[in-house]
Design a protein. Structure first.
Length: 82
């Protein structure tokens, strides 16, 4: 799991997730940082992350977009853990 400790809802640490996901052969989960639906598509488009973890933004009811499930379905072999 690549955890972006500075995650304050400003997005995943794309550089860190890319560096880790390019360097290893095991699945990498991007964690912390998501603050908008677009952050999920960005991490999948710009890295080889296998999954992206989201919790706080939903628990705090900061984000809910009904398009999120369909956005994630278009990401082959990837997912988001809620």
């Amino acid at each position: 799991m690549a955890s972006c400790l500075a995650g304050q809802g400003c997005g995943f640490d794309i550089d860190l997730v890319k560096m880790v996901s390019d360097a290893v052969t095991i699945p990498v989960i991007a964690s912390s940082g998501a603050g908008a639906v677009e952050h999920f598509s960005e991490v999948f488009e710009k890295t080889n992350a296998s999954a992206a973890l989201a919790a706080g933004i939903f628990h705090r009811k900061e984000v809910w977009d009904p398009t999120l499930p369909s956005l994630l379905e278009r990401q082959p072999m990837r997912g988001v853990f809620l």
